[in-house]
Ligand binder design. Structure first.
Ligand SMILES: Cc1ncc(COP(=O)(O)O)c(C=O)c1O
Length: 373
């Protein structure tokens, strides 16, 4: 009764644990910042609701916001203009529109494993086959492994830096190699850069530089802490914008008006907001990594970006079961396998939570591990 495509995709393993939350659960599961958005954006949203923002708008989003985004990302590529930018109703929807536009039956798309939960199902829904590429020991992309996975059917490579769940940041060398591969093999890069503002060590390299061969996905969920507004954007070569726009129309018609006006009016407050929260997140990262590494059998590289730690553990317990047991003990985190088969033996701990909750949550994990040894 239901299409084979939909039957073949799994629900998110992150959500499965989130749905087990009790009232007093400590949430180290979701990638959602616990900060209030900047006051300016809230005020601008109230103003937009009072104004004439309740009608259908342009499918690609309001021109003022597209222009502001284009100006911002033109630091990576001076040729980018508003014609390369589309507002989406979240990074997730932008990814769906992109996969549906670019890929089809018979194509293969390389996806990171471990990698964010939407890539594989969205690839499958487009008809293409997701082909996982495995990270190296330090959870970085190994470009040699990536190269080996390229076949005559390969049409795209999904790259996510800073990475969820690995917390790794692409080196300049790996970035250039992947850009060159896309040009040499005539592939699309789908670059998910929603964590571009959250880099503690290293520097962001944006595939906006390679825009002839790339669609770059971004989101307002993290940089403005408005995950519930479901707002994002993407940039792509002008030659395919009409095609992605057709897809966007059939998914959405147009992105929500009030949030676009609000984000446009408060756009410039983003920088100050990030500056304010960045040192807090960096401190939380260090606390999380240090505490996890104190648990016997746990080993956790210090993440260079995003807001996730991805420790490996030695217990003989599948990660899905481990996460369920921990949820029963009162702490929510995500099983490594929610992000692909290579995530087995790992948990993902989000440190987008208060220091107090990080300490309490990791203490529960430590106690549970002790009880199992
Ligand atoms: C790597 C990555 N890409 C995309 C998204 C989706 O963001 P949005 O809230 O805009 O759908 C997330 C959300 O956690 C993410 O971690």
């Amino acid at each position: 009764m239901v299409s084979k495509k939909v039957q073949s995709i799994k629900p998110s393993g992150v959500r499965a644990i989130f749905d087990m939350a009790k009232e007093d659960s400590i949430n180290l599961g979701l990638g959602e910042l616990d900060f209030r958005p900047p006051q300016k954006v809230i005020e601008a949203c109230k103003k937009a609701l009072d104004a004439d923002s309740y009608r259908y708008g342009p499918t690609m989003g309001i021109p003022e916001l597209r222009s502001k985004i284009a100006k911002k990302i033109s630091k990576y590529n001076q040729e980018i203009s508003a014609a390369n930018v589309m507002i989406t109703a979240s990074g997730t929807q932008g990814a769906l529109a992109t996969f549906q536009t670019l890929f089809e039956e018979g194509d293969e798309v390389l996806i990171p494993d471990p990698g964010f939960v939407i890539y594989s199902p969205e690839c499958t829904l487009s008809g293409a086959k997701p082909v996982p590429y495995i990270m190296d020991e330090a959870l970085n992309i190994d470009v040699e492994v990536l190269k080996e996975r390229i076949s005559p059917q390969t049409k795209g490579i999904v790259v996510n830096s800073p990475a969820n769940p690995c917390g790794s940041v692409l080196s300049e060398e790996a970035f250039r190699t992947i850009g060159d591969l896309a040009e040499d093999y005539d592939l699309w890069i789908i670059s998910d850069e929603v964590y571009e503002n959250f880099i503690y060590e290293g520097q962001h390299h944006s595939f906006n530089e390679y825009l002839d061969h790339a669609v770059v996905l971004n989101s307002f969920s993290k940089c403005f802490a408005v995950a519930g507004w479901r707002m994002g954007y993407l940039s792509a070569p002008e030659s395919i914008m009409n095609e992605i726009s057709k897809m966007q129309y059939h998914i959405l018609a147009c992105p929500p008006g009030p949030f676009q006006y609000a984000l446009c009016e408060a756009f410039e407050s983003q920088e100050a907001f990030i500056e304010e929260i960045f040192p807090i997140l960096k401190k939380r990262r260090d606390l999380t990594t240090d505490l996890l590494n104190e648990i016997p059998g746990f080993s956790c590289p210090r993440p260079k970006g995003a807001f996730y730690a991805f420790p490996e553990y030695e217990l003989a317990l599948p990660s899905a079961e481990f996460a369920v047991q921990l949820a029963n003990q009162g702490v929510l985190c995500s099983p490594g396998t929610a992000f692909g088969d290579a995530g087995e033996g790992h948990l993902r701990i989000s440190y987008a939570a208060s220091e107090e909750n990080i300490e309490k949550g990791i203490a529960i994990i430590a106690d549970f591990v002790k009880s199992q040894r």
